[in-house]
Design a protein around this ligand. Structure first.
Ligand SMILES: NC(=O)c1ccc[n+]([C@@H]2O[C@H](COP(=O)([O-])OP(=O)(O)OC[C@H]3O[C@@H](n4cnc5c(N)ncnc54)[C@H](OP(=O)(O)O)[C@@H]3O)[C@@H](O)[C@H]2O)c1
Length: 322
């Protein structure tokens, strides 16, 4: 099968289109004929091997798994003998190992039926980013109806889901994004938009019950300045930290500081969970959430897709079609 293979860490050019064997399918696995695969900031980290901290989990000198891509949408090609929920031919979406390929292996508890209203491209935009947004708002953020919620990176992969989910939870939403995404962020439901190139929201008099900090690398003290007295800050991402820790040092500092201040300061390490994938699918079926697909690229242009996301200004989610 054709796959995008990576033998070493580096810029997007380390990704090469090659012919390799399809993955072996274990008893609990599903072999998916990939139709579309999502590209997010996490993929870029695995390609570059930065920050270095992540290599502890994924391989010190080179990535242990050679095919990139987690988000997948496609058709079930074959199932292991313990798989009861899916049959060949089913349309599925979820997370897997190595989605930038014609076939990918997924655990059955990482997949769900593809919402019928979505194309494969739209479905591939969902799994990692939407679950991250859901867990940030609901679990770490404990969002409540009527709360004022501010979301940075509102026009990107995670942010476009976070805005829509926060509205679905009944919040009043302020999205922070660059100038070319203001219309998009408003169109997906944000009540207010702040263009970070014109105005620093941490200088404004407005206060928020919950801040999801998805992009940028603003200091904790600046973010806390615009929280209500018992507000919650969830540090979810940010690409401007150093090569060793990336934005993770802010996450750690927030967690250590939280017991000593009135604000709730949280970090998020998102998890792939079948029930969260199904929750998101239900919200999509109900018309409350619609994936925003920005650019799409064919499989052989996967390096360009990764390069584009790595530039840090993606619009919605970038998707590779197979
Ligand atoms: N904690 C977790 O478990 C978890 C899971 C998934 C992702 N993440 C992290 O979350 C972050 C976002 O991921 P993603 O996939 O959504 O990335 P993405 O698709 O690249 O989106 C990032 C967005 O942020 C905007 N942005 C850049 N600088 C900004 C700033 N200073 N203020 C406000 N917006 C800014 C970008 O466009 P404009 O500048 O044009 O607005 C872009 O739309 C990454 O750091 C990623 O590593 C964390």
């Amino acid at each position: 099968m054709k796959a995008i293979v990576q033998d070493r860490y580096g810029p997007a050019d380390v990704l090469e289109l090659r012919d390799i064997d399809p993955p072996a399918v274990g008893d609990d696995d599903v072999l998916v004929r990939v139709r579309a695969a999502g590209v997010d900031a996490g993929v870029v980290h695995l390609v570059t091997g930065l920050p270095y901290l992540l290599r502890l989990g994924f391989g010190l000198r080179a990535p242990r798994s050679r095919v990139r891509g987690m988000d997948v949408a496609g058709l079930v090609e074959a199932v292991g003998r313990n798989v009861t929920r899916f049959r060949p031919g089913d349309e599925v979406f979820g997370t897997c190992e190595g989605a930038f390929a014609e076939y990918a292996r997924a655990r059955q508890d990482r997949l769900a039926p593809k919402p019928a209203a979505l194309t494969f491209e739209q479905a591939a935009a969902v799994p990692v980013s939407a679950q991250t947004a859901l867990q940030g708002l609901r679990d770490a953020g404990a969002v409540q109806p009527g709360q004022k919620v501010l979301i940075t990176g509102a026009g990107g992969g995670v942010g476009t889901f976070a805005v829509q989910l926060a509205k679905a939870f009944g919040a009043e939403v302020t999205g922070v994004c660059g100038p070319d995404k203001a219309d998009l962020v408003r169109s997906i439901g944000a009540d207010h938009v702040v263009d970070y190139t014109r105005e620093d929201f941490t200088d404004r008099p407005h206060r928020y019950d919950l801040i999801l900090d998805i992009a940028g690398n603003r200091r904790l003290s600046r973010l806390r300045r615009v929280l209500t007295p018992r507000g919650t800050l969830v540090i979810m991402g940010g690409e401007e930290g150093g090569r060793w820790f990336g934005g993770n040092d802010r996450q750690l500092r927030a967690t250590l500081l939280s017991p000593f201040v009135r604000h709730r300061l949280r970090m998020l390490m998102s998890m792939q969970r079948e029930r969260d994938l199904r929750t998101v699918a239900e919200l999509i079926e109900a018309g409350q959430v619609t994936p925003v697909v920005g650019r799409t690229y064919p499989l052989d242009q996967a390096p360009d897709a990764v390069r584009h996301v790595g530039e840090g200004h993606a619009r919605g989610k970038v998707v590779i079609t197979v």
